[in-house]
Design a protein around this ligand. Sequence first.
Ligand code: DGP
Length: 119
Amino acid sequence: MSTLDNCIFCKIARGLLPSRKVYEDDEIFAFDDIHPLAPVHFLIIPKMHIASMAHVGPEHGALLGRMLLLAPQLALAQGCRPYPEGGFRILTNTGAEGGQEVAHLHVHVMGGPRPWLKG
Ligand code: DGP
């Protein structure tokens, strides 16, 4: 599996940096965001280093599909109320103008009672 030595999310996925783990399997790791914008706010990442959504290709289709399929399941497990009263937001910032700060592909999953800090 390709990882980058100087990537904080590669280190978190490998357990070299602490995080509050939400989920883990062979390919995927999920953990609470350190600066939550909502009562529930976690990140789903691939364990392999992919810099952003601008770097994905057809070979990543199954992995991305699995990451997205996990979101509703994990959102409920982390305390989001069911659709339609509850729900959640899925967001992936990409590149500088897309607001991406960490150059390792991650899907934000946010939810819980409003108001939230943003949006
Ligand atoms: P983005 O702007 O989409 O690249 O969001 C990066 C998010 O990652 C941001 O909401 C804060 C979070 N984050 C950054 N560093 C760490 C860390 O070391 N641990 C955890 N748990 N989250 C982090």
